[in-house]
Design a protein around this ligand. Structure first.
Ligand code: IPM
Ligand code: MN
Length: 345
């Protein structure tokens, strides 16, 4: 019989509330013969204050044993900026080699967009997750003086670029429009730009059905607002991907509905699924956080583990729910419960 062994990290702030709804929907959608086991971990601000720890080697060994990880949000104003970001989130992405950071954007029915009209938005950003300027490869000299020098080296390896580009081509190939856009800044970042462009063009030969395109990242921010319909799959580096996926979320309904997967496609390590939004301490504990992004992250998790039908049912439930929601304000629990009813029914 089938089983899913899931690590659950509710984290801080609204993370607790939204993860509870994600699990509710997951339980409701899984067929009876699938055994779901969950183990909760207490990473985040409380653990940091209690022990000074963010994520130890022993924690990583524990997490590694699971099939996948569901994360709410990590971060709290009581912890100095950067400590949990680097000490937990980035550490985990790097340790588990989450090189495909998958961030779909779909403008769903009934969802407001700041864009004029109701444009067709249905694209997915494949953001590289383990390289670029995120590796901590840099340094400072003459720190704190008027002559301080700081470097932040963007690390791009042929291996790292090729595997994420190939993943993006495969995803484009599997979609109806079969189009892949490389987003970079190869007119200025000549070294990394050369590597990305070369690898992209080389891998393109293996995917003759995929239409390819290239856009500089600054121009991409224009098109994401003026013509988002031109995008199907985007592949880009870690930092460009960080920035454009916030913009992508903003144009397609906001971070309340933006889901993401930190994926290790080889399954050598568990992949981690999380809403793009943060812990929102200002509204934590009030039962008004929108769990939709977490529920859509659960759909990505299901698809990653091979439960395609269940993933589609969750996405279908979210579309139907958003379409029916109108202006009514509902609590976190009400939305989660409504979605659980829909996926079960
Ligand atoms: C994200 C976040 C993280 C990132 C931060 C919190 C380190 O902004 O998941 O997009 O930059 O990747
Ligand atoms: Mn970000």
């Amino acid at each position: 019989s089938r089983s899913i062994d899931l690590a659950v990290i509710p984290g801080d702030g609204i993370g607790q509330e939204v993860v509870a709804q994600g699990l509710k929907v997951l339980n409701a959608v899984l067929p009876e013969d699938v055994k779901l086991e969950t183990k909760e971990y207490d990473f985040g601000a409380r653990r940091y204050h209690a022990s000074g720890e963010t994520l130890t080697d022993a924690d990583l060994a524990d997490l590694k044993a699971h099939d996948a990880i569901l994360l709410g949000a990590i971060g709290d104003p009581s912890v100095p900026s950067g400590v949990l970001e680097r000490g937990f989130l980035l550490k985990l992405r790097f340790a588990f080699d989450h090189h495909v950071n998958l961030r779909p954007s779909r403008l769903l029915p009934g969802v407001a967009t700041p864009l004029a009209g109701q444009p067709e938005i249905d694209f997915v950003v494949v953001r590289e997750g383990t390289e670029g300027p995120y590796t901590g490869n840099g340094g400072t000299i003459r720190k704190g003086t008027p002559h301080e020098v700081a470097t932040e080296v963007s690390v791009n390896t042929a291996f790292g670029v090729e595997r994420v580009v190939r993943d993006a081509f495969a995803r484009a190939q599997a979609r109806p429009r079969k189009k892949l856009t490389l987003v970079h800044k190869n007119n200025v970042l000549a070294f990394a730009g050369h590597l990305w462009t070369n690898v992209f063009n080389k891998v393109a030969e293996e995917f003759p059905e995929v239409t390819t395109d290239y856009i500089h990242v600054d121009a991409a921010t224009i098109y994401l607002v003026t013509d988002p319909g031109r995008f199907d799959v985007i592949v880009t580096d870690n930092l460009f991907g960080d920035i454009i996926t916030d913009l992508a979320a903003a144009v397609s309904g906001g971070i309340g509905v933006a889901a993401s997967g930190n994926i290790n496609p080889s399954r050598e390590f568990p992949s981690m699924f999380e809403p793009v939004h943060g812990s929102a301490p200002d509204i934590a504990g009030q039962g008004k956080a929108d769990p939709t992004a977490t529920v859509l992250s659960v759909a990505l998790l299901l698809r990653h583990l091979g439960y395609d039908d269940e993933a589609s049912r969750v996405e279908g439930a979210v579309s139907a729910d958003l379409g029916a929601r109108g202006d009514s304000r509902r609590t976190t629990d009400e939305i989660g419960t409504a979605l659980a009813v829909r996926v079960a029914g």
